[in-house]
Design a protein around this ligand. Structure first.
Ligand code: CA
Length: 237
């Protein structure tokens, strides 16, 4: 297992950290564990893990402080583990440089999907996949960047330029959550306090239109899911 990715599990609750480590071992991933923030920082430096799973509620320091400290010297993928309903904390973590988050309680499939997405992104496999062939597919959805076409089950979907830009942006980060702020800055440029709420509104309207065009059931979207209070995520198949 020497060449397998090494995951640093930062979690003070033994039950959860044992659960995570069992799942990782069963799936060919190596792990090391820290139950305190200070240990997490020193182990991140000494072991150079491929990814960190970071619980935000730690006994000795705030997980966000751990994240801030780690981000001073490394861009390695960090997935924060947060409690249900702590949307502001999740957005803050993403703003501080976390790559994604997972909400407790989470299942095995969700945990592995998040980890695999981050490992692929950090190794540039997804980027080379999408730029190498000039297209990306998920389920029956295909985005052809060179031809500027979006196809669903082989049928062309007609999109406005803004809708197209939003889909391309989400697809470039497929599997990852993008915050409202990030999407707005990328699509409409840096915002000022006065126009922000209208940009949020514009994003919602565009997303509703995109879903009407892409999704069989816009109320239960398959390709672009809402992360309540945080943003949107394009799902990988
Ligand atoms: Ca905790």
């Amino acid at each position: 297992m020497e060449n397998n990715p090494l995951i640093l599990i930062v979690e003070d609750e033994n039950v959860i950290s044992s659960y995570i480590s069992t799942v990782l071992s069963a799936n060919g991933l190596n792990f090391i564990k820290a139950s305190k923030g200070r240990d997490a920082i020193s182990m991140a430096a000494s072991h150079c893990p491929d990814l960190i799973l970071l619980d935000l509620g730690l006994p000795d320091m705030d997980g966000l402080e751990v994240l801030k400290t780690i981000r001073q010297w490394t861009g390695l993928p960090v997935i924060v583990v947060s409690a249900r309903g702590h949307e502001r904390e999740k957005v803050e973590a993403l703003d501080l440089g976390a790559d994604d988050y997972i909400t407790k309680p989470f299942g095995t499939a969700e945990l592995l999907a998040r980890i695999r997405t981050e490992l692929r992104h950090s190794r540039g496999i997804i980027d080379s996949k999408s730029t190498g062939t000039g297209k990306i597919t998920t389920g029956e959805l295909e985005i052809d960047y060179e031809k500027r076409l979006v196809l669903l089950a082989g049928e062309e979907i007609h999109l406005t330029p803004i809708e197209y830009k939003i889909i391309v942006l989400l697809s470039r980060y497929i599997g990852k959550v993008l915050t409202h702020d990030f999407i707005i800055k990328e699509i409409w440029g840096p915002f000022t306090g006065e126009t922000y709420s209208s940009e949020i509104q514009a994003l919602r309207v565009n997303m509703a239109n995109i879903r009407r065009k892409l999704e069989a059931n816009p109320g239960e979207p398959k390709y672009i899911v809402t992360e309540v209070g945080v943003g949107y995520r394009m799902t990988e198949d």
